[in-house]
Design a protein around this ligand. Structure first.
Ligand SMILES: C[S@@+](CC[C@H](N)C(=O)[O-])C[C@H]1O[C@@H](n2cnc3c(N)ncnc32)[C@H](O)[C@@H]1O
Length: 370
């Protein structure tokens, strides 16, 4: 009740001190209630149910519902120990497709929240305990489960992501828990050369953006690497080297390619599957083209309306096509995006929404076709 009231006050724009005063009047820990309420407002983007419990860290690193559900569809029928379970999200989704799940976390408050979250999701076959995953009693209990899952905490900022600096480190988990099946949730930025070759690396994106790298070991491994696009659940996998062609000629359609494809180095596999050709590739933006429309969960398509080296010619073409709003899909100097966009839109009077790419020095105006 206090959380709901606190949330309503935050939404109505009340100052933090005033809200804390009101909550304390009821005899609650004001800071904790305030944090849960603020997290619930943010959590709407990640979870379909509302009465969940988070601390700020627990929410930021909690597995989004669509990813939790996807993994639980892939991993079915095992007993699973999640030995760094946070506020319990991935463990809860595993419990819907697996007969028994154990969640362990070193942080007492997160385990308290994980239990409440399991109740909110009506998860049954799940147990949560507080403890260090390397303590002898926890290890003895967790080792009875078929699979050890760990989504370790990350350092807030780090030049280069490494297995050694994850908390708990997967390397230490392997050493302590010995030979068996593991699933690790790793930062997708970690270099693949730093991971054992015999792990499957599955890169998962949400709405085109890279979100997770899941590593599967032992019998859980099927491929060398895969890319999965959510919510479409489209998936491409490969073993072989990633040969693909870079094209200079723009055709009738231009596509924004899902980031998971780039991270998984599967551009060649997607090219052979769909017939698209790449115009440019990069971590944040890979573009492709084709003469007829290709439908794939990995491709966000735009019909090419006009192309020109000269921005003024493109603006006059946009005017002819009744454009009013133009989303820029190009590298712009930090902080300049809106200044440039407004300068273009001031010259337009129409109603249609368009996009403007800059591909190898050529401006390309396009229209969303999905
Ligand atoms: C990224 S979070 C897990 C998020 C979780 N998968 C989810 O979906 O909500 C990592 C968690 O590892 C926990 N942790 C770190 N070291 C640990 C250890 N030695 N034993 C158990 N838990 C640990 C942290 O307290 C943190 O809550």
């Amino acid at each position: 009740m206090a959380v709901r009231e606190c949330e309503a006050l935050i939404r109505r724009g009340y100052r933090r001190e005033i809200i804390l005063k009101k909550i304390r009047k009821y005899g609650y820990d004001g800071e904790e209630i305030f944090e849960i309420a603020r997290c619930r407002i943010k959590a709407r983007e990640k979870f379909s149910i509302h009465n969940l419990y988070f601390d700020e860290y627990g929410l930021r690193y909690s597995t989004p519902e669509l990813i939790g559900q996807y993994r639980a569809e892939r991993i079915r029928g095992y007993t699973i120990a999640d030995i760094s379970c946070g506020v319990g999200m991935q463990a809860i989704f595993f419990s819907f497709t697996n007969p028994s799940v154990l969640g362990v976390d070193i942080d007492e408050r997160r385990i308290r929240y994980a239990r409440l979250n399991a109740r909110a999701y009506n998860a049954k076959n799940i147990e949560f305990i507080v403890g260090d995953c390397f303590s002898p009693d926890i290890m003895e209990k967790a080792k009875k489960y078929d699979i050890i899952f760990s989504d370790p905490a990350r350092k807030e900022s780090e030049k280069e992501r490494k297995l050694e600096t994850l908390i708990p480190s997967p390397l230490k988990i392997l050493e302590k828990y010995g030979e068996r099946e593991y699933i690790f949730d790793l930062p997708p930025q970690i270099s693949r050369e730093k991971l054992p070759q015999d792990w499957e690396k599955e890169y998962i994106s949400l709405n085109g953006r890279i979100k997770r790298l899941t590593a599967y070991t032992g019998n859980l491994r099927i491929w060398d690497r895969c890319a999965v696009s959510l919510p479409s659940k489209d998936r491409v996998c490969g073993y072989e080297d990633d040969d693909f062609t870079l094209e200079n000629e723009l055709s009738n359609y231009v596509y924004l390619v899902d980031e998971s494809i780039y991270y998984a180095s599967l551009l060649g596999v997607l090219e052979r599957r769909t017939g698209i050709k790449y115009l440019q590739t990069g971590k944040r933006r890979t573009l492709a083209t084709s003469s007829s429309l290709v439908e794939s969960g990995f491709l966000k398509p735009y019909r090419v309306i006009c192309e020109d080296k000269n921005l003024e010619s493109i603006i006059s073409c946009l005017r002819k096509h009744d454009a009013g709003k133009v989303t820029l899909i190009m590298a712009v100097e930090p902080g300049k995006y809106w200044k440039i966009r407004r300068a273009i839109e001031e010259k337009l009077k129409g109603k249609r929404k368009m996009v403007l790419f800059k591909i190898n020095d050529i401006f390309v105006a396009g229209e969303n076709v999905t």
